[in-house]
Design a protein around this ligand. Structure first.
Ligand SMILES: [Zn+2]
Ligand SMILES: [Zn+2]
Length: 73
């Protein structure tokens, strides 16, 4: 497997989009491993501070609310 940005052997995978990256090209950014309802309607999250990031994709910083799944009939 080679780096998405050059021909070198990849050393890691972007946590967000799955691109393979060599040490020269990967960056890091916080990644939320898990989230759960907290007290008083807040949300508690379990972040990883330095997850691998390719620097190309653009993860949302906040949760995106999805519509509820259609009810099965
Ligand atoms: Zn590279
Ligand atoms: Zn990425």
């Amino acid at each position: 497997m080679t780096c998405h940005q050059c021909e070198r052997t990849a050393a890691g995978i972007c946590r967000f989009c799955g691109r393979a990256l060599c040490p020269d090209h990967f960056k890091t950014r916080p990644f939320i491993m898990a989230a759960m309802p907290g007290k008083n309607g807040s949300i508690s999250v379990l972040p990883v501070e330095d997850a691998l990031h390719c620097g190309i994709c653009h993860p949302h910083d906040d949760f995106v609310e999805l519509p509820p799944p259609a009810a099965a009939t």
